[in-house]
Design a binder for this molecule. Structure first.
Ligand SMILES: [Zn+2]
Ligand SMILES: [Zn+2]
Length: 373
């Protein structure tokens, strides 16, 4: 998405008036009526309209300035959350989804609109990523009204054919504009281009057929998925007005960091800490992998930084399903406090090897030695 200020060609500190003027000029230039059958102009027109929609509203503009496109994007704030109270339908329904008045197959056909698409973020932990499975999550979005089952009608009543457009969803208008007299055909405003009106609207949804609320969804997690990858839930997005087909929900995955294990592609990495005596003499080390406890035979003389691989305990490849490896990086712990006996033993060990070390005055050995001096 291009920067909204750039789209309108105004400075970031532009006044409301400057934004209004820039929008009017560009909207005239790219208006579909002035550019029949010009998809490029239509795209520009949509782009300009969306930019204006945000920048002409002080609240949305502030959010855009503060958070960028994320702040005004569908599903801003993650799963189930719209912390800015921003209804994505305000911004997108004129252009996406069934009500699209400027092109797309729905023009003038009447009938139910399709719900808009929406996007949300889903947090997974590493275990869910490695083993996949079904994940349940809640998302707040327009959902079908329970009272009227989406029809928008009060109980016992039915929708009627719109008298303004005779059910076509489209009206023709002759109007004067800066370009001269224009015959435009546009969406019928009486019925919102659906071709039908609701004579006695449902009280819960005021005839919309949908309300904003929480919805529990399930998604199948493909093993190996990573942060930033997106799943599409076809037809499980926001409800459409008056019972039309729901839009799609795009779910962007975010993987929470694990406390001890790090992922690098299909491999996992963890630190295995052993004592210096264990490094020197060898030991058996227990390691917690996502598959359970594994044991590693650490041979005598193992150096810090040595890596042991547990084959096949990594992350499955999204393509092949083959799992990577689990790497254990050896860390050798040097004791920071020594008892007198320990210090003596180590001092004797150093002497045995001819290594120069600091004298430990508290040590038994040094006390004995100083007694003979
Ligand atoms: Zn209702
Ligand atoms: Zn109508």
């Amino acid at each position: 998405m291009r920067d909204f200020y750039e789209v309108l060609g105004v400075a970031r500190n532009a006044t409301d008036d400057e934004i209004k003027r820039a929008y009017r000029k560009l909207a005239r230039q790219f208006h579909p009526d002035a550019n029949p059958d010009n998809p490029e102009a239509l795209e520009r027109f949509k782009e300009v309209s969306v930019a204006n929609e945000v920048l002409s509203d002080p609240q949305k503009r502030q959010r855009y300035d503060q958070f960028g496109p994320e702040g005004v994007a569908p599903g801003a704030g993650g799963a189930g959350g719209d912390p800015f109270g921003f209804d994505l339908n305000d911004l997108f329904s004129p252009f996406f989804g069934g009500g699209d008045p400027f092109g797309g197959g729905r023009r003038g056909q009447g009938g139910p609109q399709r719900g808009p698409d929406a996007e949300t973020t889903l947090q997974l932990d590493l275990n869910e990523v490695v083993f996949g499975g079904t994940k349940r999550f809640d998302v707040t979005m327009p959902i079908q009204c329970d009272t009227c089952s989406g029809s928008g009608c009060q109980e016992g009543t039915h929708p009627q054919t719109c008298p303004s457009c005779s059910g076509s969803g489209e009206v023709r208008q002759v109007r004067r504009s800066i370009l001269g007299q224009l015959v435009t055909s546009g969406p019928c405003s009486t019925c919102d281009a659906t071709g039908q009106i609701v004579p006695s609207p449902c009280e819960t949804c005021r005839g919309e057929g949908r309300v904003r609320g929480p919805r529990e969804l399930e998604v199948e997690i493909p093993p190996g998925i990573d942060t930033g990858q997106r799943l599409r839930l076809t037809g499980r997005g926001p409800a459409a007005p008056r019972g039309g087909p729901a839009g799609d929900l795009y779910v962007t995955v975010r993987v929470a960091p694990h406390s001890t294990i790090e992922r690098d592609g299909d491999d996992l990495h963890a630190v295995g800490t052993i004592a210096m005596t264990q490094a020197a003499l060898g030991t058996t080390l227990s390691v917690e992998t996502l598959d359970g406890t594994s044991t590693i035979e650490v041979p005598a003389g193992t150096q810090p930084g040595k890596i042991f691989k547990i084959h096949g305990n990594g992350v499955p490849s999204l393509r092949s399903g083959r799992r990577g490896d689990f790497h254990v990086h050896i860390s050798v712990e040097i004791p920071t406090k020594l008892s007198a006996d320990e210090a003596e033993l180590l001092t004797r060990f150093a002497q045995e090897r001819g290594e120069t070390v600091h004298e430990h005055r508290d040590g038994l050995f040094s006390r004995i030695r100083s007694a003979f001096q």
